[in-house]
Design a protein around this ligand. Structure first.
Ligand SMILES: [Zn+2]
Length: 498
C-alpha cells in the first residue's frame, strides 16, 4: 500500500496558495486584515469547495457520535459469533446468518433482497498428525503435530497415510532438490510469516507473501510427486494455533491432501528433519459436497432523489469454521449494519440509496461477489461508491480509497470529521476489499477503513477468532467511519469523482 501523505501535503499546499492568492487580489484597496490562520484557510477551502453543506456536515458529526456510543454493532456481533457461530460457506449456520441478518434489516424498514450465489460446500472432517519415527525417538512413543486442513483440501485415506517429511523454506529450495527427492513424501513449505513487518503495521504484506505457499503449495507438491503438502501457518500467533485458509487446486494436477501446521510444529519438523529421516502419520477426512445455493443479503435504504444510485456498505458474512468469525468478518458485517441502523434511528434519508451487502463465500472464492457483478452488470454506472471492511475491527486510523487521486481532496471534509477518533488519514490503495474489487475495476470509487492490523494475523483463520478479540470501543470507531462515509457518499452534492 502506498503512503499518500506526500501527495496530501501537495494538495494542502496548493490549496493554501489558492486561498492566499484570492485574498491578496490587487483589486483590494482597504488595508489587508490580519491573515487568517492555517486552520481558517483550510476551513474556508472546505466550505467553498466541499461537496457537503454545513448542515450535512453537522449530520455527519451526529452520526459519528451516535456510532461511538450505540451498542447495536456489538450486540449484533455477539449474536453472529456466539449464537450462530462459525459460518462456513454452504453450512446451516451460514444460511441461519443470512436469514438472521435479512430479518434484522427488514425490521429497520430496509428493502431486503436475497441474491442467489452457488457456493462451495466443503466440510472439515477429522484432522490429526503424529510423528511415528524421528532421530532420538523414545522407543514405543509418538509425538503429536498440530495442524488443520486447508479449505478445499481433499482427504487422506480414512486410516491416514504415513510418509517421510521433506522440508523446504521456499520455492528456490524446492527447485534445488534433486529429481525424485519428494516422490512419495510429505512436503512441508516452511515459509516464515514476517512478524516484524506485521508489528510495523504491514500485516497485509506479511500475509501476502506467506499465503502464496498456502495457495500454490499443494499444486507444486503434487507436481514433484508428493503425497501430501503441509504449509507453515500464514499468521503471527505464538500459541501453537494452526491457521486455515483456502488452497487452490488446478485442473490436470493431482489433488493431494493439504494442511497448515502451527509455526511451532514447522520449526520442530525442520529441526528433526535436519538430523535425519522423520516420518509422519497424517489423517485428514474433509469432504467436498456439491456446490450449494446460498445468498448475499442486500438491504437498500432507499434514496429520496436518486434511489437508482447506490452506495455499497459491506462486509462478508461467511467465515472459516475453526473460530466464530468475529474479526473475519463478523465485525465488517455489523459495522455495515450499523450504518443502516443509525440512518433509521436518526431518521435520515440521503439523496441516494445506501445499500448494505453481507457478502457470501468471500473465504472460498468470492462467489457471492462474482454473482453480484453478473446480476448487476447493467447497473454499474449507478454504483457511485463502495465500502468494505474486512481487515478486522481494531482502531481505524483513516480511509483507504481506490480511484482518482482527486478523491483525497474531495474526501477532506469527511476526514476532518473523523479526526476526533483518529481516523483522518487518507491512503491511496489499488484495492479496498476482496468483494468490491470487481466494482473498483469497473471504475467505481471504493473505500475501506484503515485498521490497525498489528495483531489481526495472530488470530486470523484460527480457533481464536472469537468475540472477545473485538474491543467494543474500536468496533464503534469502525462503525463511525463506515456510517459517516456511507452517508457522505450517498448525500453529496455531486457523486464522488470517478
Ligand atoms: Zn475476511
Amino acid at each position: 500500500m502506498e503512503l499518500p501523505q506526500k501527495n496530501l501535503a501537495f494538495v494542502a499546499v496548493a490549496a493554501l496558495l489558492a486561498v492566499f492568492a484570492s485574498t491578496c487580489s490587487p483589486a483590494q484597496s482597504a488595508p489587508p486584515p490580519a491573515p487568517p490562520s492555517i486552520l481558517d484557510r483550510l476551513n474556508a477551502l472546505a466550505g467553498r469547495k466541499g461537496a457537503w453543506t454545513p448542515e450535512q456536515l453537522a449530520l455527519m458529526a451526529r452520526l459519528r457520535d451516535a456510532a461511538l456510543t450505540d451498542p447495536y454493532a456489538l450486540t449484533e456481533l455477539r449474536h453472529l459469533t456466539d449464537n450462530i457461530g462459525p459460518r462456513l460457506s454452504g453450512s446451516p449456520q451460514a444460511q441461519q446468518a443470512v436469514d438472521y441478518v435479512a430479518a434484522r434489516m427488514r425490521a429497520l424498514g430496509a428493502e431486503v433482497t436475497l441474491e442467489k450465489a452457488l457456493v462451495p460446500h466443503w466440510v472439515r472432517g477429522a484432522e490429526s498428525a503424529e510423528l511415528v519415527s524421528w532421530p532420538g525417538q523414545t522407543p514405543g512413543t509418538t509425538q503429536k503435530v498440530l495442524l488443520t486442513a486447508l479449505g478445499a483440501s481433499v482427504a487422506t485415506p480414512a486410516e491416514g497415510l504415513t510418509a517421510e517429511v521433506v522440508v523446504v523454506d521456499d520455492w528456490q529450495q524446492l527447485h534445488a532438490l534433486p529429481p525424485g527427492a519428494v516422490k512419495g513424501k510429505i512436503l512441508l513449505f516452511n515459509h516464515k510469516f514476517d512478524k516484524e513487518l506485521a508489528a510495523q503495521g504491514s500485516g497485509l504484506n506479511a500475509y501476502g507473501s506467506a499465503v502464496a505457499y498456502r495457495g500454490a503449495g499443494p499444486v507444486a507438491g503434487a507436481g514433484v510427486g508428493a503425497v501430501a503438502v503441509l504449509v507453515r501457518s500464514a499468521g503471527g500467533a505464538d500459541y501453537r494455533l494452526p491457521h486455515t485458509g483456502l488452497t487452490d487446486y488446478v485442473d490436470g494436477v493431482p489433488k493431494i491432501p493439504a494442511a497448515a501446521v502451527t509455526a511451532e510444529d514447522a520449526d520442530l519438523l525442520k529441526n528433526l528433519a535436519n538430523q535425519g529421516p522423520v516420518k509422519l502419520h497424517l489423517t485428514l477426512t474433509p469432504q467436498t459436497l456439491p456446490d450449494a445455493p446460498s445468498y448475499n443479503v442486500i438491504a437498500d435504504w432507499k434514496g429520496t432523489e436518486h434511489p437508482e444510485q447506490v452506495v455499497v456498505v459491506s462486509g462478508h458474512l461467511d467465515s472459516w469454521d475453526l473460530g466464530t468469525g468475529a474479526i473475519d468478518d463478523g465485525a465488517g458485517v455489523v459495522v455495515s449494519m450499523q450504518a443502516i441502523h443509525l440512518l433509521h434511528d436518526l431518521g435520515i434519508r440521503p439523496k441516494r440509496t445506501v445499500r448494505f451487502v453481507a457478502w457470501m463465500s468471500e473465504e472460498e472464492g468470492s462467489q457471492g461477489a462474482t454473482a453480484y457483478m453478473a446480476d448487476h452488470a447493467a447497473e454499474i454506472a449507478n454504483h457511485i461508491g463502495a465500502i468494505e471492511s474486512d481487515l478486522g475491527a481494531d482502531h481505524p486510523t483513516g480511509l483507504y480509497f481506490a480511484g482518482k487521486p482527486v478523491l483525497a481532496e474531495w474526501l477532506r471534509p469527511v476526514a476532518q470529521l473523523l479526526e476526533p477518533i483518529g481516523a483522518e488519514t487518507l491512503m491511496d490503495s489499488p484495492e479496498t476489499g476482496e468483494d468490491i474489487n470487481g466494482l473498483t475495476e469497473k471504475g467505481v470509487p471504493s473505500f475501506a477503513p484503515v485498521q490497525d492490523n498489528r495483531t489481526y494475523f495472530n488470530y486470523h483463520h484460527t480457533a481464536a477468532d472469537t468475540f472477545d478479540k473485538v474491543d467494543p470501543k474500536h468496533l464503534n470507531e469502525n462503525a463511525a467511519v463506515m456510517t459517516v462515509l456511507a452517508y457522505a457518499l450517498a448525500d453529496s452534492t455531486e457523486p464522488a469523482p470517478r
